[in-house]
Design a protein around this ligand. Structure first.
Ligand SMILES: C[S@@+](CC[C@H](N)C(=O)[O-])C[C@H]1O[C@@H](n2cnc3c(N)ncnc32)[C@H](O)[C@@H]1O
Length: 392
């Protein structure tokens, strides 16, 4: 069967167009990112002590020229903020921690805080600012806020203006699918797959190369934008030291939403004649889980930052109670799992396949998860690399 004409070819997914489709699912529905980001929230909670400790070493910015009428402004940027409460909780932590430090050193004299929420233009900024307005009304605002639409692989701010930059669960998203993995017939062609887990070495190398380039671009931009003494705090999907797989353990590898079941769901569409192989092969998920060594190497290559702390953390995906509940109702489990994966990749898949085939793909995925009860007996982890660094 000939494939229906697709709304967007994978070749369109260069740096100039991926930013239009790479976003988390907006709104507040069942598949929205807001309702499917518990794991990312837990990652933030667990890494908070690293953020707080790095803020203890930030230089306090008050100059002799600051008088009563001109308080200094502390500028905070959240890079890859999406739409949920995770972004607010981190900015709150920064503002509260620095306010306490300023109070301890300068008495009642506080700087003013300005927070920039940054994401790709495809992000649901309307939702973000609606939630923020509700929150600020309820809590009496502690900072001024603005939105910045653009890629964190580009410059987003004037030189030397940002005091604290955070990026949470975002930097594992690459700026593009490495073109090499889409080149038909080449050694680097990711034939038969839609991601790199379990792919051949040449494909993994192509993703690693793209990942290094992207990390360098990210760091070069932050190096320009941040003030000396400022803090860069990053938490990204990652893998443990020494792991050649994208994950540190077999169970996570089997159960992760981008791996086996997703590949099978694509194969179902082919087997049922809904798409051809070429269509499947033209799609790749632009994500890469870096190891702490790869991150440290990037920081050393670009310079301008001193690493304060770097850790690999494993976040457990679901509570045991939730698992027990789902064991009695595998259909609900299938739905919950499908909502989770849709929250992360539905906008991209829909841009590529169109709404009808996208719906069919996620139906196949849900069906496969609901009928794989063994998944409820193994544990999948969200692995993250977290680091804090001072701009020197
Ligand atoms: C998984 S969400 C994380 C959201 C939030 N920081 C949290 O911890 O819940 C990743 C976010 O990164 C954004 N993102 C991915 N690539 C980006 C880029 N190149 N520039 C800016 N934002 C990007 C996505 O649009 C998405 O909103």
């Amino acid at each position: 069967m000939e494939s229906p004409s697709l709304p967007m070819t994978a070749k369109d997914w260069t740096t100039t167009s991926l930013h239009r489709v790479l976003c988390m699912q907006g709104g507040e529905g069942d598949v929205s990112y807001v309702n499917n980001s518990d794991c990312q929230a837990l990652a933030i909670t667990l890494s908070k002590p690293i953020l707080i400790s790095s803020l203890q070493s930030i230089k306090l910015f008050f100059s002799s020229s600051d008088d009563d009428h001109t308080s200094p402004i502390i500028r905070i940027a959240d890079l890859g903020c999406a739409t949920g409460s995770n972004t607010f909780s981190t900015v709150d932590t920064v503002v509260e921690t620095l306010s306490r430090r300023y109070t301890a050193v300068y008495g009642g004299r506080l700087p003013e805080f300005e927070a920039f929420f940054c994401d790709l233009p495809s992000n649901d900024f309307n939702m973000l600012f609606r939630l923020l307005t509700e929150k600020q009304k309820a809590e009496s605002s502690m900072y001024f806020a603005g939105g910045v639409a653009g890629s964190f692989y580009d410059r987003l701010f004037p030189r030397g203006t940002i005091h604290v930059a955070v990026s949470l669960s975002a930097l594992h998203w690459l700026s593009q699918i490495p073109e090499k993995v889409l080149e038909k017939g080449s050694k680097t062609w990711n034939k038969g797959k839609t991601w790199i887990e379990g792919a051949k070495k040449e494909v993994i190398d192509a993703f690693a190369e793209q990942s290094d380039k992207d990390l360098d671009d990210f760091l070069k931009c932050r190096k320009e934008e941040m003030v000396e003494g400022g803090v860069l705090f990053v938490l990204m999907g990652g893998r443990p030291s020494g792991s050649s797989s994208q994950f540190g353990d077999q169970d996570t590898r089997a159960k992760h939403p981008f791996t086996t079941t997703m590949e099978q769901a694509w194969q179902d569409l082919i087997d049922e004649g809904l798409i051809d192989e070429e269509t499947r092969d033209g799609f790749n998920i632009p994500a890469y889980m870096r190891s702490p060594e790869e991150v440290a190497a990037g920081i050393n290559r670009i310079g301008g930052f001193k690493i304060e702390k770097m850790e690999y953390l494993k976040i457990i995906e679901h509570s045991e109670e939730k698992k027990e509940e789902w064991k009695k109702d595998p259909v609900s489990y299938g739905r919950a799992r499908t909502n989770l994966v849709q929250a992360a990749i539905r906008p991209m898949v829909e841009a590529y396949l169109g709404p009808d085939l996208c719906e069919e793909l996620f139906k196949r995925y849900e069906n496969r998860v609901s009928t794989t009860p063994e998944f409820l007996h193994i544990t999948c982890f969200y692995g993250v690399v977290v680091f804090s660094a001072i701009r020197i």
